[in-house]
Design a binder for this molecule. Structure first.
Ligand code: ZN
Length: 225
């Protein structure tokens, strides 16, 4: 009995011992699991914090790169704007160039060679104009006003006399590249003859008689041949 009791008590003790050991083991397991869980959670938190920090740094760095690129791109836009300004300056020049290029219309005006003409010179004196030199109207300064045959005021460098049957009044002629206008005529000025007006008789004499190729600017008149 005693043995059995002892055994039973011993057995119970063993059972109790084993139960105690089990419960302690479970406690240890549970504690260790909790520790692992907590450590894992903490590690996870730390990792997440680190990752978020890394991401923010990356974003900042990318923003910096973007800002750097925008800063670097700004000078390019400035250079582009400078380049864009230059064409505007050039465009200011272009209208100036265009009128120079407009000589393309000048072919429309047509400079026609009239061949060689005999050029003489005259002034408003009686030797040159005879009776027409008399009774000229006088201007404010007391100087006689020299009217041409088409009632223009004679002007040196502009007025020429021509055969108005060939070159009517208003015809623009090119003599040595200078423009003259047919504003006068004379009894001796027929055919291929031009009389060039000078203000002084001396200058007219100095001009003498010349033979030159004359050109017609078509806008001034039409040849009536
Ligand atoms: Zn004269």
């Amino acid at each position: 009995m005693n043995c059995s009791e002892r055994t039973t008590t011993y057995g119970r003790k063993i059972i109790k011992g084993t139960q105690k050991n089990k419960s302690e083991y479970c406690k240890i397991l549970y504690f260790s699991w909790m520790v692992c869980f907590v450590v894992g959670m903490l590690a996870g938190l730390i990792l997440s914090v680190i990752i978020s920090a890394m991401r923010s740094e990356l974003v900042e760095s990318t923003e910096l790169i973007e800002s750097n690129t925008t800063e670097t791109s700004e000078p390019i836009t400035e250079t582009v704007s400078e380049v864009m300004v230059e064409p505007t300056v050039q465009s200011n020049f272009e209208p100036i160039i265009e009128p120079i290029v407009e000589p393309t219309p000048t072919p429309e005006l047509k400079v026609i060679s009239l061949g060689e003409y005999k050029l003489t010179a005259y002034c408003s004196c009686e030797k040159c104009c005879g009776k027409y030199a008399l009774n000229r109207p006088i201007d404010e300064n007391g100087k006689p006003i020299v009217y041409t045959a088409n009632m223009s005021v004679a002007e040196q460098g502009v007025t020429v006399a021509a055969d108005t049957d060939i070159l009517p009044f208003g015809t623009v002629l090119l003599i040595d590249g200078n423009e003259y206008i047919v504003q006068d005529r004379g009894g001796a000025i027929k055919g291929n003859r031009i009389d060039v007006y000078f203000e002084s008789h001396e200058d007219a004499l100095q001009f003498g008689v010349q033979h030159k190729e004359i050109f017609l600017k078509e806008e001034g008149g039409v040849i009536n041949e």
